[in-house]
Design a protein around this ligand. Structure first.
Ligand code: SAM
Length: 319
């Protein structure tokens, strides 16, 4: 898709209003209105923040600073921001990065963002859905970029997945998500889930900070956390087919509280003796639970599973 089709930058005469407010924590009120009335005013003609699009705007300056600091930006960096909203984070990103591409699904917010921030020269606003946007067209020839975002809860997983699995992945992602999702992404063996394995296959994940509901306007019902994903040049483990690898991992987590031998038998639809032989050859105790396995152990089971499959199909050919 050509850039002209993707880009909608609208210039407004004035930045959005500035409102003062008491309280201990510094709030971003040069770019983000605090009260609901002001919010409605900003979205004039369109109404309230759209819950269905996860529109909870970050209003805590210290959290915004921590997100930007975690991204370690220089003027050489290109940043893709997913869901710039009213622009509190975008303003800081544009001050520190060389180029910012802000990707917003809401046509009204996309059309008014640049004007709200006084039209920074290094900001491009793109109105599109981050789950389906053509990343190559979005990046316009850039091959190295970072993603920084306060993600909408409803689409956080597919958006992270989209970037991690892309042909052109970012070097780094700093993203805010629902606290439980973030904890799952950074989990260690003992607490791992499918999401932990999937994210850590592509990236080294660490927690940056926790964020309470009061940091947002309007406040969400759940707590949030910021995670930093250092995207690996190569996946964490060497498997020749990522799709087959995740099929096995999914099977292993198909019955979470069961022993691995039982959950794998159920998930793969294989008889327990066959799974026992598989786990024996991979040197993994079948009485363990899926959440305790390391990525190396999953990879070892996968390689043995592939071999088992290869032996079975060779003997079928001979018959
Ligand atoms: N970055 C702003 C901030 O920190 O205050 C807003 C964050 S708000 C949690 C999520 C933003 O993502 C909203 O502006 C929403 O319209 C936008 N959004 C929701 N779904 C999206 C999608 N699929 N693709 C791109 N943007 C999306």
């Amino acid at each position: 898709m050509p850039w002209e089709c993707l880009t909608r930058v609208v210039v407004l005469d004035k930045p959005v209003c500035s409102v003062s407010m008491g309280g201990a924590r510094p709030l971003i009120l040069d770019s983000l209105p605090d009260s609901f009335d002001v919010m409605t005013n900003v979205n004039s003609g369109r109404g309230r923040p759209r819950k269905s699009l996860g529109q909870h705007f970050l209003a805590d300056a210290s959290i915004l600073d921590r997100i930007v600091a975690a991204a370690e930006l220089t003027d050489q960096d290109t940043v893709v921001e997913v869901g710039p909203g009213l622009g509190a984070l975008t303003r800081r990103l544009a001050q520190q990065a060389g180029q910012v591409i802000a990707l917003e699904i809401d046509p009204h917010l996309a059309a008014t963002l640049a004007g709200r921030l006084d039209n920074p020269a290094n900001l491009t606003v793109v109105q599109s859905d981050a789950r389906t946007v053509d990343l190559t067209a979005l990046l316009g020839g850039q091959t190295c970029y970072k993603v920084v975002a306060n993600l909408p809860y409803y689409a956080a997983n597919p958006i992270v997945r989209r970037f991690l699995e892309a042909d052109l992945p970012p070097s780094l992602m700093v993203v805010m998500l629902q606290k439980e999702v973030a904890q799952n992404m950074v989990a260690k063996p003992g607490d791992m889930g499918i999401l932990s394995v999937a994210v850590q296959y592509y990236a080294e994940a660490r927690m940056v900070c926790s964020v309470p509901p009061r940091a947002f306007r309007p406040p969400p019902k759940v707590s949030s956390s910021v995670v930093r994903l250092n995207v690996r040049a190569q996946p964490a483990v060497n498997v020749d087919d990522a799709v087959g690898f995740f099929k096995l991992v999914r099977a292993g987590f198909s019955a979470r509280r069961k022993q691995l031998r039982n959950s794998l038998a159920q998930g793969l639809g294989d008889p327990p003796p066959k799974v026992d032989a598989l786990l024996l050859s991979a040197d993994v105790d079948g009485r363990r639970r899926a959440e305790t396995l390391t990525l190396d152990e999953w990879a070892q089971i996968y390689r043995c599973w592939e071999q088992q499959g290869a032996i079975a199909s060779a003997s079928l050919r001979q018959d």
